[in-house]
Ligand binder design. Structure first.
Ligand code: HEM
Length: 434
């Protein structure tokens, strides 16, 4: 454990021993996550603070809306995502000539996942099946995302060049008069629109800014996570072969014989059976995630770490978990820098048994945060990455261009989520002959 002093005069305590994580995570009352996000998120996305007497009950309503991303609600979300992925793949990539096509892998993953996720969460346009201007929107989104670390660090937006104008443009896509014309909108977004309408003091542009924040939450991490899962599998042909076979087997067990001239549908139930694919995704999250879990002390108190140790924390101090150090700890993960697609499988089931100094760890993989602030979109995220990889492996032969090293992690977003690659990777793909 280590403490250091922040320039703003706040003490920040990093908990480095993962065996101590449970004592921090269970202190939800004294160590609060929302004090931090409720201050930073409005400044970043441009809506008024939610925890305010102007909007009674809004914060609780927003929290409750997160349930619409989980449990039974995942079934329609998953079905809709499958249809949208298929639509984008079919129209943009599944030509019938079978020649090799060249591309850049991050760009490929980003264009498909951004659009399919957008269609799934926000719905389809008034006319046609795809929104116009998606590429421009994604370009603006990426520019905003480049500035995201500065906004989270509370650098005033007017110091960040054209970022404010770009944010306004992105927010304006979600103005209520526009969104009301969209169809097939997820229940999650419909519910949020209804509850925003219950608050008279929330202006149209504020409602739109809330919807924009969800766009960031839903693609900001999913796109780089999809890239890493895909990259690692394509870079290890043996792993790719095993995972592809697993997908074909699950389809066959449901009586489906796959062929590339037909659309394929994988239900949530089928996706749940793909344990080697899930392990590959978890392994790539382990290697690429660098989110920090931040808690703010609500009062002076003695933080009990284990039976022998406790530490004094003052009101306002920040306590942080940085799971990247756990993810790359050689005592927990042998040869931690190596991608092992089956690291999270044991006896044909998910492996959950990881330990340090002989003690079993309760928390060993934390790309989605922890405790009360854990990502509510985590099940949907894993499902959509699985769906993307399934389609890619089923429909295409894939090859990385020669002489390319594994890209480094771009550390600009360290502390904030999944890291991007420092450069894109060239690859080629062609329709499989089946
Ligand atoms: C919050 C990670 C995908 C919605 C978070 C947090 C993390 C995270 C680390 C903060 C938790 C904390 O600080 O303890 C990820 C990763 C994803 C992903 C790694 C993809 C691989 C998604 C998706 C959605 C989503 C697809 C929605 C469709 C949210 C929301 C919050 C959140 C709404 C804020 C929760 C709150 O305010 O309590 N996510 N996320 N995320 N995520 Fe995700």
């Amino acid at each position: 454990m280590r403490s250091c002093c922040l320039p703003a005069g706040k003490y920040m305590t990093f908990i480095m021993d993962p065996l101590l994580y449970p004592s921090i995570i269970k202190q939800g009352r004294q160590l609060d996550f929302h004090e931090f996000t409720s201050k930073v998120a409005p400044l970043t996305f441009g809506y008024p603070p939610v925890l305010s007497s102007k909007f009674p009950g809004l914060w609780e309503q927003i929290k409750r809306s997160f349930q619409l991303l989980q449990g039974d609600h995942l079934v329609p979300l998953t079905d809709s995502m499958m249809g949208n992925l298929m639509l984008v793949f079919r129209q943009d990539h599944l030509d019938r000539d079978g020649d090799w096509r060249r591309g850049s892998l991050y760009e490929f993953c980003s264009s498909v996942m951004f659009e399919a996720t957008f269609l799934t969460i926000y719905g389809k346009p008034a006319t046609g099946s795809r929104h116009r201007g998606m590429d421009n929107m994604r370009k603006d989104f990426n520019e905003f995302d480049n500035m995201f670390p500065f906004l989270i660090a509370q650098i005033p937006i007017w110091l960040l060049g054209g970022t404010k104008a770009i944010r306004q443009k992105l927010i304006s896509y979600f103005l209520p008069q526009q969104m009301s014309r969209w169809s097939n909108t997820s229940q999650f977004i419909r519910r949020r629109s209804e509850l925003f309408d219950q608050h008279d003091k929330l202006k149209d542009v504020d409602k739109a800014a809330h919807h924009f924040a969800i766009l960031w939450a839903s693609v900001g991490n999913t796109v780089p996570a999809t890239f890493w899962a895909t990259y690692f599998l394509v870079s290890q042909p043996e792993a790719l072969k095993m995972v592809r076979q697993e997908i074909v087997d699950v389809l066959r067990d449901s009586g489906i014989k796959f062929s590339t001239d037909k659309d394929v549908m994988l239900s949530k139930e089928q996706l749940d059976k793909l344990i080697f694919l899930e392990s590959s995704i978890n392994e790539s999250l382990r290697l690429s995630s660098a989110s920090m879990n931040i808690r703010v002390a609500q009062e002076d108190f003695s933080l009990r770490l284990d039976n022998d140790r406790s530490v004094g924390v003052r009101k306002g101090d920040i306590v942080a978990l940085y799971p990247q150090s756990l993810h790359l700890d050689p005592e927990i993960y042998e040869d931690p820098q190596t991608f092992r697609f089956d690291r999270f499988v044991q006896d044909n089931r998910e492996k959950t048994d990881f330990s340090k100094t002989g003690q079993k760890l309760r928390y060993y993989l934390m790309p989605f945060g922890s405790g009360s602030s854990m990502c509510p979109g985590r099940y949907f995220a894993i499902n959509e990455i699985k769906q993307f990889v399934c389609l890619l492996l089923l429909y295409f032969d894939l090859q990385l261009d020669d002489a390319q090293n594994r890209p480094n992690l771009d550390s600009r977003r360290a502390g904030l989520g999944i890291l991007m690659p420092s450069s894109d990777v060239r690859f080629c793909y062609r329709l499989r002959a089946i």
